[in-house]
Write a protein that binds this ligand. Structure first.
Ligand SMILES: [Mg+2]
Ligand SMILES: [Zn+2]
Length: 185
């Protein structure tokens, strides 16, 4: 069994562009791709603690035609270069390209993105985490019985008060400290 940390991408690892929706906009060009402060250190720490990292991202901008899947992969290649320089390995990049109207089974908070890797990885869900900046991330964690950590997006927590994450963290370094404290070493 492996312990995993599943991470959201936009607003969690990279900056979500601030547009008319107040930081609720798709990344449509590589120039908008900015790794958030603390993201590298936080992910490094999680790996040191023995966790395998996965990224699971809703990208409805793909099926809305704002970017192609190929462009999304190119964005991730840039990130992989930065991560590799820092000895960070992302085991698998998972993506849902669908719009809510398409009613797929993989758009968070539905579980298909993560269910799809269950045959390839024996994951200790109870001792694994989902970290994200939206309530859909927290709901996904709850649907999978993962521990949930909400991080700030653009300096604020965005969540409906009736959805309670296991922990709220300023950034991924603080999240890694919480994971360490629960691990007890
Ligand atoms: Mg996000
Ligand atoms: Zn989907």
């Amino acid at each position: 069994m492996i312990k995993a940390v599943f991470l959201d991408r936009d607003g969690t690892i990279v900056n979500e562009p601030t547009g008319p929706n107040k930081g609720d906009d798709a990344i449509t060009s590589i120039s908008q791709l900015k790794v958030l402060p603390h993201a590298i250190d936080g992910m490094k720490k999680m790996i040191e603690l023995g966790y395998t990292l996965f990224i699971a991202s809703n990208q409805d901008c793909i099926n809305r035609g704002q970017i192609t899947m190929k462009e999304y992969d190119q964005q991730n290649k840039v990130l992989i270069t930065v991560f590799t320089e820092n000895n960070i390995k992302i085991e698998k990049w998972l993506v849902c390209p669908h719009t809510p109207e398409e009613n797929c089974e993989c758009r968070k908070p539905k579980t298909e993105m993560i269910d799809s890797i269950k045959n390839d990885y024996q994951i200790d869900f109870e001792n694994s985490y989902y970290i994200g900046d939206r309530e859909t991330d927290i709901l996904l964690a709850k649907n999978l019985k993962l521990k949930s950590i909400l991080v700030k997006r653009n300096e604020e927590y965005y969540i409906n008060t009736n959805i309670v994450p296991d922990f709220k963290a300023e950034n991924l370094v603080e999240a890694s400290k919480f994971i360490k404290s629960l691990k007890g070493n």
